[in-house]
Design a protein around this ligand. Structure first.
Ligand code: ZN
Length: 294
């Protein structure tokens, strides 16, 4: 029986002198992530303030921290976050970081039609472009939930990369529709601060708030693992969570360590995707499991 799915290549070539890549990414979900679950959460002033901490306090702290280590990152911003906090988004861009797409109201795409999803992409891009002067080229699906039709929608709109899939240690070219292609930069749940820190009663979170030491240890171990196999370390932090002082301090230790590794290329995802595109890799086709085959 022939294989139903192609495997990613063993590794990719990184720029001269580098054997792995890394990017510290930030999802500026703010109120959007909660409002997309239920618009009635807008009535909950304390919940809204929990989310607002990200743009109001977390981002300024994190921008200062990143600047101390001369690290440029990628910030994924829902359109509504940009409407509510335009000055914050401009400050991120002015500091040299990439602004990328993260839905309009952080909509979970599961069950959305291609038309509905396309409208969300266009609305989000429009808001970000109005603030930064250019359309975003990177996309991260809220909750990392892509639909099988998503890659084609992104490729049609000129996106360079997506970062929502989990089936490789390093980026690859993904077939998007018949002619399109998209660089995919894989992520994973272990490299997300939501599982470590998020506690919003009745709304989200594991119910357990972990120590920043434990979170940083998981991330550092995974960084060393990916470094050893020539992979791409993509950490996802949310400013309303990792912008708190003790967590930002633990994250800074990791940033300092990663930035000190001369064999690791630390760059915004857009630059990593541009490098991968320059390699001229054969795109992978990934197909949906067909119930007829079960
Ligand atoms: Zn998000």
């Amino acid at each position: 029986m022939s294989s139903l799915i192609s495997r990613p290549a063993e590794s990719v070539a990184w720029p001269p002198g580098k054997r792995a890549a890394a990017c510290f990414t930030f999802d500026v979900d703010a109120e959007s992530a909660v409002l997309s679950l239920d618009a009635a959460h807008a009535d909950r002033m304390s919940v809204m303030s929990h989310q607002a901490y990200g743009p109001l306090v977390g981002i300024p702290r994190l921008l200062t921290m990143l600047a101390r280590h001369d690290v440029r990152s990628t910030f994924f911003v829902p359109g509504y976050t940009a409407v509510r906090y335009p000055d914050v988004v401009r400050a991120i861009a002015d500091a040299g970081h990439e602004i990328a797409h993260h839905g309009y109201l952080h909509e979970i795409l599961t069950g959305k039609t291609a038309e509905q999803e396309g409208a969300i992409l266009d609305r989000g891009s429009e808001v970000l472009a109005s603030l930064t002067g250019e359309a975003p080229v990177g996309f991260r699906a809220p909750m990392w939930e892509l639909n099988w039709h998503s890659p084609a929608l992104l490729a049609e709109r000129g996106f360079l990369y997506d970062t929502s899939l989990m089936d490789a240690d390093h980026p690859y070219e993904l077939q998007g529709g018949t002619d399109g292609r998209l660089v995919e930069i894989p992520i994973q749940w272990a490299l997300d601060d939501w599982e470590q820190y998020c506690y919003l009663p009745d709304i989200s979170g594991t119910g357990l708030i972990e120590s920043p030491r434990k979170a940083a240890e998981i991330w550092r171990l995974e960084f060393e693992g990916l470094r050893s196999v020539g992979g791409c370390f993509v950490l996802t932090n949310h400013p309303f969570l990792s912008g708190r002082p003790s967590r930002a301090a633990a994250l800074e230790e990791l940033v300092e360590h990663v930035a000190s590794c001369s064999d690791v290329w630390v760059a915004p995802l857009r630059e990593i995707a541009t490098h991968i595109r320059s390699l001229g890799l054969q795109p992978r086709s990934i197909t949906r499991p067909d119930p007829a085959d079960f």
